[in-house]
Ligand binder design. Structure first.
Ligand SMILES: [Fe+2]
Ligand SMILES: [Fe+2]
Length: 285
């Protein structure tokens, strides 16, 4: 059994310091196998914001796969944005921007989808598609997970939001290798489902979990939250639980269990973790 705490869109610079402290304590208490952070660790890629993000990560002493988001690239400093877009990322967070974690039960591959030329949007390159495909295809671990900032599929409340460039091409490559789950952020809305709900041409299920903003005040009408994912290789089962901030602590607000049946992941318990359906998608605060 493995557990992944999936955090996203920390936006240090617009973080709530109290919630950040409580989240770090909550993750230490949960002691997951891995922490995945799907981008936007900072609000404007400033050194002090990167230092705060690094200090936060250092409070969580577990393995991690952390990838950049569009906010982690400088926006206004054009030299930094186009010539050295992720220099500060490499200095403060990780030398690696496409990190990989693997043990006998799961492989978790991270990719940087942030791009200088499309500041808000994101892309996966042909080289990244191939390297993810090779990593997953060659792994003997029963679960394969991808972490990226930009979503491969829309959430129901934002159906027209731009998706990751080349997402269908990437999914076609990954589904052949049996990728199970993609963890993303960027939309600041929580949601989980099967990418086949959007891409009907795919033969194999690939589950996707979008995490909302875990600690920032850039909310869209729903509370801060993160996903707690549990993988049971021996039962071919996977659970996605949403843990929301209720003003005092993080509490579970939704839990969905999926079971693998051949090429498909079928929901066997719980409602879809769609906290946004309760609250509605509001403009970013
Ligand atoms: Fe964000
Ligand atoms: Fe973003």
């Amino acid at each position: 059994m493995r557990t992944i705490a999936h955090l996203s869109d920390l936006h240090f610079g617009r973080e709530d310091p109290h919630i950040a402290e409580e989240l770090a304590a909550e993750i230490r208490r949960l002691a997951p196998s891995l922490v995945a952070v799907s981008g936007d660790l900072t609000q404007r890629a400033r050194p002090d914001q990167y230092q705060s993000a690094r200090a936060f990560l250092e409070k969580i002493p577990v393995a991690r796969v952390v990838v950049p988001g569009n906010h982690d690239i400088p926006l206004y400093n054009l030299y930094a944005r186009f010539v050295r877009p992720l220099e500060r990322w490499r200095r403060y967070i990780d030398e690696e921007i496409d990190p990989v974690f693997e043990d006998e039960e799961m492989i978790v591959v991270g990719i940087s989808t942030a791009r200088s030329n499309v500041w808000k949007g994101g892309r996966i390159s042909v080289r990244q598609i191939e390297s993810v495909r090779q990593a997953i295809c060659s792994s003997r671990a029963p679960f394969a997970v991808l972490v990226a900032h930009h979503p491969f599929t829309p959430v129901p409340m934002l159906p027209r939001e731009a998706l990751l460039g080349r997402s269908l091409r990437a999914l076609r490559a990954f589904e052949e290798c049996g990728i199970d789950l993609i963890l993303t952020g960027h939309l600041h809305l929580g949601h989980a489902g099967d990418v086949r709900d959007h891409y009907h041409v795919l033969d194999n299920s690939v589950l996707t979990a979008h995490a909302s903003t875990s600690i920032s005040n850039r909310r869209r009408g729903e509370p801060n939250s993160f996903n707690l994912i549990t993988l049971w290789p021996e039962h071919a089962q996977l659970e996605i639980a949403v843990r929301e901030w209720n003003g005092k602590r993080f509490v579970e607000s939704a839990r969905t269990v999926f079971a693998r049946k051949g090429k498909l992941w079928l929901r066997t318990a719980g409602a879809p973790p769609t906290a946004h359906l309760k609250h509605g998608a509001e403009p970013l605060e």
